[in-house]
Structures are given as C-alpha cells and as structure tokens.
Design a protein around this ligand. Structure first.
Ligand code: HEC
Length: 175
C-alpha cells in the first residue's frame, strides 16, 4: 500500500514536471497557418532547438536575429538554398508570393510569430512545412533574411524595433 502511494506521488511529480515543461514551451501559442492546429515543437530537428536565440523567441515571440549583422552573413545562403527557388532571389516572388513587400496573403506574417508559424508548418500547395528542412534556429536565421529583404514602407515593418526603424534601409539588390 505504502509502495502504491509512493509511486502515485512519484507519478504525480512526473506529471507536474511534464506540465511545467509544456507550459514553458507553450509560452507562445503557435498555430498552423491554414488549419489553426497547435504546432508541435517536438517535430523540430534535433539540432538548434535550445540556442539562446530560439529560447528568446519562444519567450517573447520576437526574432532576436533581426538586423543582426553576424546572423545576416549566414542567413542569405540559407534563404538561397531553402526558399529562393520558389520565392525569388530577393524574395520578389516566383511560383510563391513575394516576401519583400508589405502585402501578405496571411496578414499574421507581418509578425515574427506568424512568419515562424508559416515556415514551421507550411501553408497551401507548394509551401511545405520547413520543420523537416531547417532547424528551429535556422528558421529564425532565414526569417532575419526575409525581413532584411524588405523594401516596403517602413511604417509597416512592425517586426523592427523603433530603434531599428531609424536605421533600416529598404533592400536594394547589389547590382
Ligand atoms: C516549393 C516551393 C516553395 C518553397 C521551397 C518555399 N515556399 Fe513559401 N510559399 C510557396 C507558395 C506556393 C506559397 C503560397 C501558399 C499559400 O498561399 O498558402 C508560399 C507562401 C509563403 C509565405 C506566405 C506569404 C504571404 O503572403 O502571407 C511565406 C511567409 C513563405 N512562403 C515563406 C517561405 C520561406 C521563408 C521559405 C524558405 C524557408 C519558403 N517559403 C519556401 C512556395 C514555396
């Protein structure tokens, strides 16, 4: 009897611990862009899950890599291999829509959380879930490049801080 009680208490602790981990992760309510279903972070690739950048994003919903020069240096090649085939070299649009202007099919993509959700889980048709191609950290890196390519009105760049808005220059292709 005593053993049964002990193991019950043990089980309760385990359940609480699992709940606590779940709660920490669910600080953001991440949803699939089309179905609205909760996105399962456990599907993420094993690497790049717990970087300071990912932790910060999951706590705040903001991408800490935006306009970070060190990140931008490695972001372009990732965008070119994972996205540009469909969205164009400069996000100008190809078989997928443009990503560099202020028009969004899904308005939530103007927020970092929305853009992350669309990348993680995909959208319609050819826009497949990127969770199987990119680590969570790489998704944030690519997001920083998508934001860097922006050439629309600065007031619509809600992903920039007020400080960043002062210095941000609309992207111009280098030629
Ligand atoms: C195989 C082609 C393909 C690839 C690769 C691809 N996309 Fe897409 N993407 C699309 C298509 C097609 C749509 C339109 C889907 C829809 O409207 O639901 C789309 C839609 C989107 C949207 C929504 C845009 C809006 O106006 O709301 C975003 C954001 C996006 N893609 C980002 C990315 C990023 C970032 C990558 C690289 C990690 C990527 N996509 C890779 C084809 C692709």
């Amino acid at each position: 009897m005593k053993t049964a009680t002990t193991s019950l208490i043990g089980a309760a602790f385990v359940a609480l611990a699992v709940l606590a981990v779940g709660a920490a992760r669910a600080a953001l309510d991440l949803r699939h862009t089309i179905t609205g279903e909760v996105l399962n972070l456990d599907e993420a690739l094993p690497d790049g899950r717990d970087t300071p950048g990912v932790k910060s994003f999951l706590e705040t919903g903001r991408n800490p890599y935006t306009e970070n020069p060190e990140i931008l240096a490695k972001a372009e090649p990732l965008f070119l291999s994972a996205c540009s085939g469909c969205h164009g070299h400069y996000g100008e649009g190809k078989i997928g829509p443009g990503l560099a202007d202020n028009y969004w099919t899904y308005p939530k993509n103007a927020t970092d959380q929305g853009l992350f959700e669309t990348m993680f889980g995909g959208a319609n048709g050819q826009m497949g879930p990127q969770v199987f191609n990119l680590t969570l950290d790489e998704m944030l890196v690519v997001m920083a490049w998508v934001r860097h390519l922006y050439n629309g009105p600065i007031e619509d760049a809600v992903w920039l801080t007020d400080e960043q808005k002062k210095t941000f220059k609309p992207y111009k292709p280098p030629h």
